[in-house]
Design a protein around this ligand. Structure first.
Ligand SMILES: [Zn+2]
Length: 113
């Protein structure tokens, strides 16, 4: 259960931030989730809902902002979208490109009451 451990980490972050803000209720949680994390949004919502029951985040809406997977090639200074085949830069064929985005898994913002 990949999503369960992720949801549990998100709950910890959300509850810590909510406590810091001294809020009574968390209304909405916005997450940034990269395309390479393999997270199933529906499964994540389900786990999160279950984990925050009887906390200030109970019933909070989980907004998921997808982040596309992108690579950057230093050889030709190009940033490209990673498709199904992503072992080489699509412009020059260089194999030593770096991953720019796609592995994000973070709480972007909280809407609280
Ligand atoms: Zn290149």
């Amino acid at each position: 259960m990949h999503e369960l451990s992720i949801a549990s980490g998100i709950r910890d972050v959300v509850l810590a931030q909510a406590q810091e803000a001294g809020c009574r209720r968390v209304i909405r949680v916005t997450l940034r989730i990269g395309a390479l994390t393999g997270v199933e949004p529906e499964a994540l919502r389900f786990c999160f809902d279950a984990l925050v029951q009887s906390t200030v985040a109970a019933g909070a809406i989980l907004e998921i902002e997808p982040v596309p997977a992108q690579g950057h090639c230093a050889a030709c200074a190009v940033t490209f979208d990673l498709g199904f085949v992503h072992d080489a830069c699509p412009t020059c064929g260089e194999r030593r490109w770096t991953l720019v985005s796609g592995r994000e898994l973070a709480v972007k913002e909280l809407e609280v009451d």
